[in-house]
Design a protein around this ligand. Sequence first.
Ligand code: SF4
Length: 83
Amino acid sequence: MPSKYQLFKLYQNYHKSPSKDMRCGTCRHLKTYHYHGKYYHKCKLIGESSSAATDIRLSYVCNMWNKDLKDLPIFGGSNVVKN
Ligand code: SF4
């Protein structure tokens, strides 16, 4: 059974970004922790834990890049990327 973190990444199409501008590293949901000399990158929408399951890569992106939580289908929004 996939975890809720895996499901978010799957449904929000988390993947390596072809763009240098539109990626987790520039997203407002990024949160970075410095712990014991290492940096750990987490996403506020995916959720945070001390597990590597919630780690994200700065060079990746998903459909929720810089969007609000209200855009998630569970809150009545659409997860379709609008151009
Ligand atoms: S919302 Fe998507 S693009 Fe933004 S930090 Fe989270 S996983 Fe990355």
